[in-house]
Write a protein that binds this ligand. Structure first.
Ligand SMILES: CC(C)(COP(=O)(O)OP(=O)(O)OC[C@H]1O[C@@H](n2cnc3c(N)ncnc32)[C@H](O)[C@@H]1OP(=O)(O)O)[C@@H](O)C(=O)NCCC(=O)NCCS
Length: 276
């Protein structure tokens, strides 16, 4: 009988970290009538007022689906019923869930979420530790604002974009960088208040972040970046921070979460540092 291999006490064993959870929900997943009913019953006064201010039905619908999604997912995750969750915003507008002092009914004290909604798609990310930032963009948003977007990038990124043929290939590069930058800025809670040329991504040709140079004010952290395309032509970027011994997987849910359906399980890329 062979004896077990000696245990190295200095070896770091990855912990079974709670998954990083994503809900990708097209507007069509929730019909307009049911979205209105859910919003009437679940959204708070401020959300109802915001919904009432939209000029176009299309924009109101997007808002109602996004915010019904937030409340539904937070209820599933935290155990706090949809209409009872108290959401507050930082001075920079980032929403947070107010946690009861006795902890969340579904366990734990920590829960962070981030929402993005654009062009008929809604994306919500939830983590049980640290912070998350998410962004969703349609590739076919035309050249609406793309030139101005590129001007906000760092010189190395502008050069990388220019190497692609004009049209879809170049737009894809622009929007890959843009969604990643938004997701990072949203994880930090700063949003567009962060200069987008103060941090630099080096991307693989098809998908994936090869290197990340953070802004000067950012202490060393373990950021991980995921790029997904849950539907052809819909780009998603996710930024999460993880502890040194944590190696969580990514759970991707599709549609409105009426029930606890099994998600797609995906590998979360390893943390990346500055270019070597
Ligand atoms: C956050 C921000 C980048 C969103 O960009 P966007 O591409 O237009 O929108 P997205 O759909 O991806 O994300 C919008 C959601 O991000 C969340 N959000 C808002 N501010 C945020 C912030 N500072 N950090 C992270 N998330 C934020 C909200 O949930 C918002 O949706 P909601 O208002 O319907 O709840 C942009 O609105 C921003 O920079 N806001 C900060 C503005 C600011 O500094 N205000 C200071 C007070 S004047």
């Amino acid at each position: 009988m062979t004896s077990p291999a000696p245990v190295d006490p200095t070896e770091r064993v990855p912990q079974a970290a709670a998954p990083v959870k994503l809900w990708f929900c097209p507007n069509e997943a929730l019909g307009p009538a049911i979205a209105t009913v859910l919003a009437t019953n679940w959204l708070d006064e401020e959300e109802q007022e915001t919904a009432g201010r939209f000029l176009f039905d299309r924009d109101r619908r997007q808002y109602l689906v996004a915010h019904a999604l937030v409340r539904r997912v937070l209820a599933l995750e935290s155990g706090i019923p949809e209409a009872e969750a108290v959401l507050w915003r930082s001075s920079r507008g980032r929403p947070f869930l107010r946690k009861p002092v006795e902890g969340l009914p579904r366990g734990g004290r920590e829960l962070d979420f981030n929402l993005s909604h654009a062009g008929g798609y809604n994306l919500l990310g939830v983590v049980r530790r640290h912070r998350i930032g998410v962004d969703v963009e349609r590739l076919d948003r035309g050249d609406r604002g793309l030139d101005a977007i590129v001007e906000s990038f760092a010189p190395q990124e502008i050069a990388w974009v220019a190497q692609a043929a004009p049209g879809r290939a170049r737009d894809r590069r622009v929007l890959r960088l843009w969604t990643l930058k938004e997701a990072y800025a949203k994880a930090r809670g700063i949003g567009l208040g962060l200069a987008f040329d103060s941090f630099v991504f080096t991307l693989a040709d098809d998908r994936g972040v090869l290197a990340f140079q953070p802004p000067d004010d950012e202490p060393p952290r373990r950021w991980r970046f995921a790029e997904l395309e849950p539907e052809p032509g819909v780009l998603v970027a996710v930024t999460v921070m993880t502890g040194p011994d944590e190696d969580p997987v990514l759970h991707l849910h599709h549609g409105f979460p009426w029930s606890r359906e099994a998600p797609r399980r995906l590998r979360l890329p390893q943390p990346v540092g500055a270019p070597g």
